[in-house]
Design a protein around this ligand. Structure first.
Ligand code: ATR
Length: 292
């Protein structure tokens, strides 16, 4: 019997210490009996990114697929040979497929992953009023997908601590898509959460227990979905407050799961069967339990 070295997959970013992606993807490789392993590739800066991307071009490099996370989702674009239309419009890539010829194609599965999770939650964004907190990478993916779907929301209000970041993001997206439904507001009160059908927190506020709420919880009402992309802790102060007001709540573990499923599909070239999907979701849930 000859030894076949495993194909390597992984995630590049910084920091990566809390990434749950290896658990999910390694569980899938094991379940499908694929000779592959998913690793963490922490890259400390732009120079390290450049060298890593140059190495990927070398014949014989065993890496055939990558996820990309903070702070490289936008910086990665110039290193790729091709970028899928949605990722190009969003201006961010979180998944790379690498061929045996060492050609690299970028995709964004964060936006579609978020949409899949919304659908699982029974929330149809068509005609709805959406309020979004934050203007970083996650907000970029969510805004892009909401602007690009056929059945779009009625309007999206966007608030960010640094208003200029929100304005720049909206302007940038406006160059690639019709982002006229996005209105940048200057204070959390102007999000009009009391009139919103869905509030989405994409900021890191809530990661720490002592973090103060960015919005007035009294504005939350029972006829809305409050979605926090944070999944550790599983219930942020925002979600707890929203639950006490009778709103439907969700953390972002489902978004992480669906973006992973879609990334795996790009690498494998085929959809994963239901049994394997269930194993991936369980791996995520157990990984989260062990972290907290
Ligand atoms: P991600 O890729 O997860 O979206 P990011 O791109 O670093 O991460 O974005 C972080 C978001 O959280 C930003 O909108 C940031 O606001 P600024 O643009 O003002 O930096 C927001 N954020 C981080 N800490 C915050 C805080 N203490 N209060 C309010 N917003 C905060």
């Amino acid at each position: 019997m000859t030894y076949e070295p495993p194909a390597i997959y992984g995630i590049i970013g910084h920091p990566l210490t809390h990434s749950l992606s290896p658990l999910m993807h390694n569980a899938a490789f094991k379940s499908l009996q694929v000779n592959a392993v998913y690793k963490l590739f922490p890259l400390g800066g732009d120079q390290e990114l450049k060298l890593f991307m140059e190495d990927l071009r070398e014949e014989g490099n065993p890496i055939f697929g990558l996820n990309v996370t903070v702070p490289y989702k936008e910086k990665i674009l110039p290193f790729l040979d091709a970028v899928d239309p949605f990722a190009a419009k969003a201006g961010a890539v979180n998944t790379i497929v690498i061929t045996h010829q060492r050609k690299m194609r970028g995709f964004n599965t964060d936006g579609p992953g978020f949409l899949s999770h919304l659908s699982e939650l029974g929330f149809d964004p068509k005609g709805k009023r959406i309020a979004i907190l934050g203007a970083g990478g996650t907000a970029r993916a969510i805004l892009s997908v909401l602007c690009l779907i056929n059945d779009r929301p009625a309007g999206i209000k966007l608030y960010n601590r640094t208003v200029d970041h929100a304005q720049k993001l909206a302007a940038q997206l406006g160059q690639n898509m019709d982002a006229s439904l996005v209105e940048v507001v200057h204070s959390p009160e102007d999000l009009n959460v009391e009139l919103a059908d869905c509030l989405i927190n994409t900021t890191s506020v809530g990661l720490k227990g002592e973090d103060k709420l960015l919005i007035d919880p009294d504005a939350v009402h029972p006829d809305m979905l409050v979605y926090d992309v944070i999944y550790n802790p599983p219930q942020t102060a925002l979600l707890k407050a929203a639950k006490s007001k009778g709103a439907q709540i969700s953390n972002g573990l489902g978004m992480l799961y669906y973006q992973g499923i879609l990334a795996f599909k790009h690498w494998a070239g085929v959809d994963i069967d239901g049994k394997c999907k269930a194993i991936m979701r369980k791996a995520l849930q157990e990984g989260l339990k062990n972290e907290s």
